[in-house]
Ligand binder design. Structure first.
Ligand SMILES: NC(=O)C1=CN([C@@H]2O[C@H](COP(=O)(O)OP(=O)(O)OC[C@H]3O[C@@H](n4cnc5c(N)ncnc54)[C@H](OP(=O)(O)O)[C@@H]3O)[C@@H](O)[C@H]2O)C=CC1
Ligand SMILES: CC(=O)N[C@@H](CCC(=O)OP(=O)(O)O)C(=O)O
Length: 345
């Protein structure tokens, strides 16, 4: 059994980590922090965890995280970078669900997140926690930068096409929609029921911080300069993400070969489901599960490939992916504790 701590246990990704880790056979939860709820039993705040999590929240300065084997940061950007150096020095592995270590270019991080990086020495060491791209590096990592939810869909959709040199890398388009839980549990006008229900809108069209994250990662797979237009939208559902990705083919390939390319790429990826060519994945087929499903399309047999990608933003888009990384880092089966089937209807 490994000892696990969670910083930020009261937020949406924090409680999702608790849901997954409470029944993970290789894990003992030993510390869960909250600045505001020090001393409150976790199950008093989240009755879904009654009888499963018997700990109380502790204030961050009271929790002895150095006793843990691994600490997850389910916190806003900037928290993990302040605490990771001391934890790593004490031999504790760190998985950050925020963006502190996702961008290798410090200037780009500071531009997009508008905070100074206080642990720049760790940026190079951090491993980007997308197992389908970095499985071997994750196994040996001490520090994981867990990907953003939108970047997971975009990378897993575009990567096989880029690797095969089939598309114009300079003209990638991603039109993506997120459920409201993607914005976290903090109070914000835009996520009020009366603002976000029965409504649909784009945001961040002029530039979103997930564009540089996705472009930088995809750049590893092509010699062409990656150019990505990414438009996020907020949809009136609680969980779920749907990305529609467009790419222009630059080489001849038939539909069967295109499908075979994706199937071969993800043959050993337990959480990527390549659906039949031309099918229409639904977000509800992933709700509460760590599966990402995708389907390849080619409208009118032309030279535009459309990839449809769905996932649960809180599971494969955040906490499930973080547990998948933990499994790899500690030699557990990659799927351990992550085999939930999506909730229907
Ligand atoms: N929601 C999603 O779908 C996804 C989120 N992410 C990322 O995961 C991280 C967490 O997101 P989410 O769970 O949605 O956020 P929430 O706003 O729901 O939760 C944030 C948590 O962090 C704690 N917290 C806030 N500030 C501090 C601080 N300075 N020090 C210690 N703890 C703090 C809060 O607890 P308290 O106030 O009780 O201390 C709370 O538990 C973010 O970086 C987000 O960008 C990534 C992918 C998807
Ligand atoms: C719906 C919504 O607001 N979503 C968030 C993304 C959540 C997320 O994944 O944040 P990080 O990857 O940066 O950690 C947003 O667009 O800012």
């Amino acid at each position: 059994m490994i000892k696990v701590g969670i910083v930020g246990g009261t937020g949406y990704t924090g409680v999702e980590l608790l849901r997954l880790l409470a029944v993970h056979p290789g894990v003992e939860l030993t510390a869960i922090t909250s600045r505001k709820e020090d001393g409150l039993p976790v199950a008093d705040m989240f009755p879904s965890l009654r009888g499963r999590v018997n700990l109380a929240f502790s204030a961050p300065d009271k929790a002895d995280l150095t006793q843990c084997d691994v600490v997850f940061f389910a916190t806003p950007h900037g928290v993990a970078m302040a605490q990771a150096p001391a934890l790593l020095a004490a031999g504790v592995k760190v998985i950050d669900l925020a963006a502190d270590f996702r961008l290798k270019d410090r200037a780009s991080f500071e531009k997009w997140y508008k905070i100074e990086h206080t642990a720049p020495d760790l940026i190079e060491e951090a491993v980007y926690g997308l197992p389908e791209l970095n499985r071997e590096d994750i196994k040996n990592a001490r520090l994981i930068a867990n990907p953003g939810c939108y970047p997971t869909t975009m990378q897993l959709g575009f990567m096989p096409l880029l690797k095969a040199g089939l598309i114009d890398a300079g003209n990638l388009i991603a039109d993506a929609k997120s459920g409201v839980s993607g914005a976290g549990r903090k109070a914000e006008i835009g996520t009020l029921f009366s603002e976000s229900s029965d409504n649909f809108k784009a945001y961040g069209v002029a530039g979103h911080r997930h564009t540089p994250e996705t472009s930088a990662q995809l750049q590893r797979f092509t010699d062409q300069k990656v150019g990505l237009i990414f438009t996020p939208h907020l949809v009136p559902m609680i969980r779920g993400m749907h990305a529609t990705l467009y790419a222009r083919l630059t080489k001849e390939i038939d539909d069967a070969a295109l499908q075979a390319l994706f199937e071969a790429e993800y043959a050993d990826a337990p959480f990527v489901d390549v659906m039949p060519f031309g099918s229409h994945p639904e977000t509800r087929s992933t709700r509460g599960s760590n599966m990402l499903r995708l389907a390849v399309h080619r409208p009118d047999g032309g030279n535009t490939v459309v990839i449809l990608v769905v996932q649960d933003n809180l599971v494969k888009g955040a906490s499930g992916q973080a547990v998948q990384c933990m499994n790899l880092m500690f030699g557990f089966e990659e799927t351990m504790g992550l085999e939930q089937i999506a909730l229907l209807p």
